[in-house]
Ligand binder design. Structure first.
Ligand SMILES: [Fe+2]
Length: 508
């Protein structure tokens, strides 16, 4: 139930836009970039060397979008990985402290959360459901390190059902713990998208101020600031499709004494014994798929002030058969990373991003990258439980990939580690600053839409003024050098699905 009369979040039927072709490598940029360019990664050179005759997507005309600062229409273009010059203008429009949580909307939160708990080694940390006095939705919070996944599903909102849990349903209002929750919107979300992410939540200094600043800078409001009775503020603006960007802040600051750990209305759960922990520690990036990148990029950039952190064109990452264009947005400290993908067309096979858009029936969150301090140890645990109800992984790259790995990564990984990378199917990439170890799950739900990425970043350690050491965001890149290998694996997976489809004869 909404606390305020608000326009319903966008859930209109999705109409596929006219298909856009690939960006040419040299399209006009919005801004002049002044800092030094990133150097092409070693793996990029290897990939190019290995596939000198790879087909390129067809070059296409420029894309236009509205300039966020002037309101005037301007031309936007990607320049590609090798020509991109990273700058950090530190232009956040409001203080952002990091990711707070990710909320999945589903039809049954109990079962969905337990599958993720088992598959990722994330124990139940808090709950808000009938047992805690919440008759509107069942919500279960899993936590591992700083990573928080919230799973929410609606209860019946029939008067008969409410009468069983409210002493006087006529005189009382059923209050959800998440104030923006609306059962009808949640049900429709599940019908349209299947299992998916509803909210990417940021911890901000002041969720009310963040909301008002965002809306003043063009954000479409989804839920105005609500002060929760336990001393937190929550607000939401639209991000893309039916996904919202949620702002969370704690009244009096995070150190203020409070009787809750996650949000008011949630009760802490007892820690399981023995402890459940596969080593996942934080959310690294949350990626969205959209039909057309430029307007969404401009929309988010304008109301957040986030800056472009990296970009990849179809020519950087495409295979001979499909591809995408991608831009990564980052906040001031570059630890909140929000990449966006768009499909490219004119290739032999349909883009992976278009497949997502078709099955998700519109834009949505494509994948969440979860960072581990020891990805090999995490993968050992995840793979061990995969066949028993955990997550499956995409097929590994061909053996030639790991033979080349010796040439690319022998200075940072031991022979034993490289052997285990091959055994576990872990991909390795690097940029001019660090190394990235990564692996992708198969889609986690029924549809070929949302999936997970498990990563470890190595290197790029810097010291803050106070002496605290931390790792720079995006260290080692995003696996650009692995994209073509990944896409080959995905394409093989799709082909295997197509081969298994049984076509029913249309004879009478
Ligand atoms: Fe990723």
């Amino acid at each position: 139930m909404l606390l305020h009369p608000l326009p319903a979040p966008h859930l209109a039927p999705f109409h596929p836009p006219p298909r856009r072709p690939a960006f040419p490598l040299a399209r006009l940029r919005l801004r002049l970039r002044l800092a030094r360019p990133l150097q092409p990664s070693v793996s990029m050179a290897v990939a190019e060397e290995a596939e000198p005759h790879q087909a390129k997507p067809h070059p296409q005309p420029r894309s236009r979008s509205t300039n966020g600062d002037t309101g005037k229409e301007s031309e936007f273009r990607l320049v590609g990985y090798s020509k991109f010059v990273r700058t950090n203008p530190r232009g956040d429009r409001f203080p952002v402290k990091g990711f707070h949580h990710v909320e999945f909307w589903c039809a049954d939160a109990t079962n969905t959360s337990r599958r993720f708990s088992f598959g990722l080694g994330m124990p139940l940390a808090s709950r808000s459901d009938l047992s805690t006095g919440n008759p509107v939705h069942a919500s279960y919070l899993l936590q591992s390190g700083d990573l928080r996944f919230l799973f929410t599903a609606p209860y019946s909102s029939s008067p008969a059902a409410l009468a069983t849990v409210l002493p006087d349903p006529e005189g009382l209002v059923a209050t959800p713990a998440i104030p923006s929750f609306d059962a009808a919107v949640c049900r429709r979300f599940s019908n349209v998208h299947g299992l998916g992410v509803r909210a990417v939540a940021l911890l901000v200094e002041d969720a009310a101020s963040a909301f008002h600043i965002s809306v003043a800078n063009g954000a479409r409001p989804a839920f105005p600031p609500a002060v929760l009775s336990g001393g937190a503020i929550l607000s939401e603006v639209e991000l893309y499709g039916d996904v919202v960007l949620r702002y969370v802040s704690v009244v009096g600051g995070e150190g203020a004494p409070r009787p809750w750990s996650f949000l008011p209305g949630f009760e802490d759960a007892e820690s399981p014994s023995p402890p459940l922990d596969y080593g996942i520690r934080r959310l690294d990036h949350a990626v969205g798929n959209v039909p057309e990148l430029a307007p969404v990029l401009e929309y988010i950039r304008r109301f957040t002030g986030f800056h472009e952190f990296a970009e990849f064109t179809a020519e950087d990452v495409g295979t001979a058969e499909s591809g995408l264009n991608s831009v990564v947005l980052a906040n001031n400290d570059e630890r909140v990373l929000i990449p966006l993908n768009e499909p490219v067309h004119g290739t032999k096979r349909r883009s992976q991003i278009q497949t997502y858009l078709d099955h998700n029936e519109g834009p949505g969150l494509q994948h969440l990258a979860l960072a581990s301090g020891d990805v090999l140890a995490t993968l050992r645990r995840m793979r061990a439980v995969g066949p028993w109800g955990g997550f499956e992984f995409m097929p590994p790259p061909p053996p030639t990939y790991y033979r080349n790995l010796r040439r690319r990564a022998a200075d940072v990984l031991t022979e034993a580690q490289m052997e285990e990378c091959e055994k576990l199917g872990v991909l390795v990439d690097r940029d001019d600053q660090g190394v990235l170890l990564q692996i992708f799950t198969k889609p986690v739900g029924d549809r070929p839409t949302i999936f997970l990425e498990i990563i470890q970043r190595i290197g790029c350690m810097v010291k803050e003024e106070g002496g605290r050491e931390y790792q720079k965001g995006g260290c080692g890149g995003f696996g650009k050098g692995n994209f073509s290998e990944l896409f080959k694996s995905i394409e093989e997976y799709e082909k295997s699905l197509e081969a298994k489809q049984i076509l029913t004869p249309s004879t009478a």
